[in-house]
Ligand binder design. Structure first.
Ligand SMILES: Nc1ncnc2c1ncn2[C@@H]1O[C@H](COP(=O)(O)OP(=O)(O)OP(=O)(O)O)[C@@H](O)[C@H]1O
Ligand SMILES: [Mg+2]
Length: 266
């Protein structure tokens, strides 16, 4: 009798969990292709890329240099336009939006940590972090930006310009700027690539804290396989094509099918 009651109790809890915490798609990439053209030369760097991320997922994109990782990240974040295919971010189809409209979407949902930092050279570290807060019309912009710089260990360098900072320090300013957006989805292109081991670990901790505490979806491009292993999903890309996608719901379902076939045969 107890067994039957417990069975129904667990099923009821699972059901409650499902309806109270519905899974929502944050990023949908459909048949994405990108060709760069200069003069009469065409270089296709992404071929028919497809994947879907749910809100709160953590995902790494790995692959050799030149395989299209930065290009894929930029298209996913609406920084650039695909040659064909679709990017749907938080339910908004980006394909036919103007540059201004895409900037609005980015401002509302996206944080981006660039491989080459892309700080504004004429602004100090503090002012760089303040820009997204000002664009959002936030209050106490200066205090918030100082707090973010303190989180990346750069409070005492707030009045320095990018050229007065080392590569790793510029990287940390760019991380503070990306966090200032309180993004729904954070794209990070080699976020620890320019950092020493200790600072890299701090940054890694900050990224995963943001995921746990604010539910921010993380999409990391990295050559660091130890970091990649810490995300739920690893998309491996080679020559502009996805060659494996471990941890994807489809891959897990396929694995479960294989296991249940195996169990049946056993
Ligand atoms: N604006 C552009 N115009 C022409 N070719 C480009 C442009 N941007 C990137 N490419 C080319 O597209 C290919 C993919 O570049 P991408 O930067 O996406 O690679 P990646 O995987 O991020 O490499 P890395 O690991 O070295 O950062 C490369 O061959 C690169 O030279
Ligand atoms: Mg790159």
């Amino acid at each position: 009798m107890c067994q039957i009651t417990c069975f129904w109790h667990i099923n009821y809890l699972t059901y409650l969990n499902k309806i109270l915490r519905p899974v929502s798609t944050i990023l949908e990439i459909k048949n994405l292709n990108k060709t760069y053209t200069s003069g009469d030369k065409h270089l296709t760097v992404l071929h028919d890329v497809n994947f879907v991320l749910q809100a709160g997922d953590t995902c790494s994109i790995v692959g050799p240099s030149g395989s299209g990782k930065t290009t894929l990240l930029g298209l996913s974040a609406g920084l650039d336009r695909a040659s064909s295919g679709s990017v749907i971010l938080s339910g908004i189809k980006l394909d036919n939006l103007s540059e201004d409209e895409r900037a609005q979407v980015r401002n509302q949902y996206v944080g981006f940590i660039f491989q080459n930092f892309q700080l504004i050279p004429t602004l100090t570290a503090l002012e760089n972090v303040m820009v997204p807060l000002e664009l959002r019309g936030e209050r106490n912009v200066q205090r918030q930006a100082m707090d973010l710089l303190a989180r990346v260990g750069l409070a005492d360098r707030h009045d320095h310009y990018p050229t007065q900072l080392s590569g790793g320090e510029q990287q940390r300013v760019s991380i503070a700027r990306a966090f200032s957006n309180r993004p729904t989805i954070l794209f990070a292109d080699e976020p620890t690539g320019n950092l020493d081991e200790e600072t890299g670990e701090k940054v890694e901790k900050l990224l995963f804290e943001l995921n746990r505490e604010a539910g921010t979806t993380l999409v990391l491009v990295t050559h660091d396989l130890e970091l990649a292993e810490k995300t739920q999903r690893i998309i491996r890309i080679k020559g502009g094509t996805i060659v494996s996608d471990t941890g994807a719901p489809e891959a897990i379902a396929a694995q479960n099918d294989t296991n249940s076939d195996f169990n049946q045969e056993a």
